[in-house]
Design a protein around this ligand. Structure first.
Ligand SMILES: [Fe+2]
Length: 223
């Protein structure tokens, strides 16, 4: 994909975040602890890591998905190798910081982390997570989309949608209520396996707009 294929960030139907009874948007990282309040299903907090910028650091690799580490005459391409080392080093720091925050929050000894730099949706349908708790870091590009529960008819989740798009299946009672998590934030979601949850998990999906690169990392419990 070339740079000219990258679409601008815009979606008229996407509303900015606002606190709802089940979602809390904080202004500091320690606000994530509000996920343990019984009525809270999702908390969003800023997680700025200015040392990590895949767009700037990956340069050509981010756009073309490759680096030329060897030249045609078999010699190392120093410039590209330096780029690769810089990316790996910064990525390692970022993943370590994210893991530490999530592990500390949930009291876990081990957490799993997946990340991607992609312009394709990974979970394009609205769904509930089948885990106890999960964190999603949206660094740049379109963010995770979610809908306040009062605008969702869960009868149409999954195969009950009849294969229809979420926008027409009956799942969304008001499609103008789709919200988008902002870039530079860490979101923590309760899932279906959270014990003694008096509410229901937030229905969410990865942004369906293809053509715009985003960097996202997902953290899960391993123990
Ligand atoms: Fe999910």
């Amino acid at each position: 994909m070339s740079q000219s294929d990258v679409m601008p960030l815009s979606a008229a139907s996407i509303r900015s975040n606002a606190c709802t009874p089940e979602v809390f948007e904080g202004d500091k990282l320690c606000d994530l602890t509000r996920i343990f309040e019984p009525q809270t299903q999702m908390v969003i907090a800023p997680f700025d890591d200015e040392s990590w910028s895949p767009e700037a650091m990956w340069g050509r690799m981010a756009r073309e998905g490759r680096l030329a580490v060897m030249t045609l005459d078999g010699k190392p391409n120093r410039e590209d190798l330096d780029d690769a080392f810089r990316v790996c080093s910064a990525l390692g720091r970022l993943l370590s910081n994210l893991s530490e925050v999530f592990a500390t929050l949930v009291g876990a000894q081990e957490v799993g982390i997946r990340w991607m730099w992609t312009c394709r949706p990974s979970c394009p349908r609205f769904h509930e997570d089948k885990v106890a708790i999960r964190a999603i870091y949206n660094h740049c590009g379109p963010g995770t989309e979610w809908v306040p529960s009062q605008y969702v008819d869960r009868e149409y989740l999954g195969h009950k949608s009849g294969g229809l798009d979420d926008e027409v299946s009956g799942l969304l009672l008001d499609s103008s209520q789709i919200r988008e998590v902002a870039s530079g934030t860490l979101s923590v979601f309760k899932g279906k396996v959270w014990e003694d949850n008096p509410g229901l998990p937030i229905v969410h999906r990865s942004p369906p707009r293809s053509g715009t690169f985003r960097f996202v990392a997902t953290l899960d419990l391993l123990d």
